[in-house]
Design a protein around this ligand. Structure first.
Ligand SMILES: [Zn+2]
Length: 298
């Protein structure tokens, strides 16, 4: 099977992860801009971070046959540092329209503060103006209200609900999101409440329409193989294989291909890996023989 993990922070992951992901069938990923575990203090660190999402990380994933896309945005947590937030928002237009950027994200609410709402609304308005998809992070505390508010603000700004992906859902929020007409993404957190077991039951109950599974793997305890593992469990528990394919591949593709940034036919082909390529004179290899696949004949 072929998988799409539409939410994963590869900058925090290793080449071992990339190899394991490719071996497990992950063909494409989306890396949304997020916070890095400690607060940044200068706008320049965001410039370099956004640059790595459209540059080095895209290259690094390609070296293992994984198509890498990203989302650009100011995350909700750092939106609360209002002085810095103002400068970071000015960077968003500079990066959001670059090649490989499929959405504005991940943006939304963390503590549900006025500063978070201001940054979220500004970025949703930008997305509406540029006809972009938005990836919404939802808070871990008071999730239900955070999600309701993020949908309400998006509606006020005339965001088409078919371009709104709300992430980190659970059983208590899924109905609100699906009823609104938005995409409902679910992050599989290992050893916590929202694991693969619960995901199976959510898909059984709500069906596959507009439901997306992702890993959100990052610098914390997380699982970059969350999508293929959940797919396997769904199949073992008797979920229709078409539903599994929709929730672990097709829906994410349909949602984010609206950006026009995803070459869908190429994702259906076997990836051609060329590890002799360099990025700014840098390679992911350490003296190993590069793998160079023969080009696919036309
Ligand atoms: Zn994330």
């Amino acid at each position: 099977m072929r998988f799409f993990d539409p939410h994963i922070h590869m900058t925090s992951r290793t080449t071992d992860d990339l190899q394991a992901m490719a071996a497990a069938g992950i063909r494409a990923v989306i890396e949304p801009a997020f916070w890095l575990g400690q607060p940044r203090t200068q706008v320049g660190t965001f410039v370099d971070y956004f640059s790595s999402l459209v540059g080095w990380e895209r290259f690094r994933a390609s070296q293992f046959g994984i198509a890498h896309y990203c989302a650009i945005g100011l995350n909700s947590k750092e939106a609360n540092h209002e002085g810095l937030a103002k400068d970071v928002l000015q960077l968003v237009p500079r990066f959001a329209l670059k090649e490989g950027v499929v959405a504005i994200g991940e943006i939304g609410f963390d503590e549900i503060t006025p500063a978070e709402e201001k940054a979220y609304a500004w970025q949703v308005a930008f997305a509406v103006e540029h006809d972009m998809v938005v990836m919404v992070h939802s808070p871990h505390r008071d999730k239900k209200n955070g999600i309701r508010r993020s949908i309400a603000v998006a509606r006020e700004l005339r965001m088409p609900m078919g371009k709104l992906v709300i992430d980190h859902n659970n059983e208590e929020t899924v109905e609100d999101v699906l009823e609104a007409g938005a995409w409902a993404a679910f992050t599989i957190y290992p050893h916590t409440k929202m694991g693969s077991e619960r995901m199976v039951e959510i898909v059984r109950k709500y069906g596959p329409e507009r439901v997306i599974v992702d890993s959100s793997a990052d610098w914390g305890v997380s699982d970059p193989l969350g999508v293929p593992r959940t797919a396997k469990l769904m199949l073992e528990r008797g979920i229709d294989p078409d539903w599994v394919a929709k929730t672990t591949w097709q829906n994410a593709l349909d949602a984010y291909a609206q950006s026009g940034q995803i070459d869908v036919p190429s994702l259906l082909e076997t990836p051609v890996i060329d590890q002799s390529r360099l990025f700014h004179d840098n390679s992911v290899l350490r003296g190993q023989t590069p793998r160079v696949d023969a080009p696919v004949p036309n």
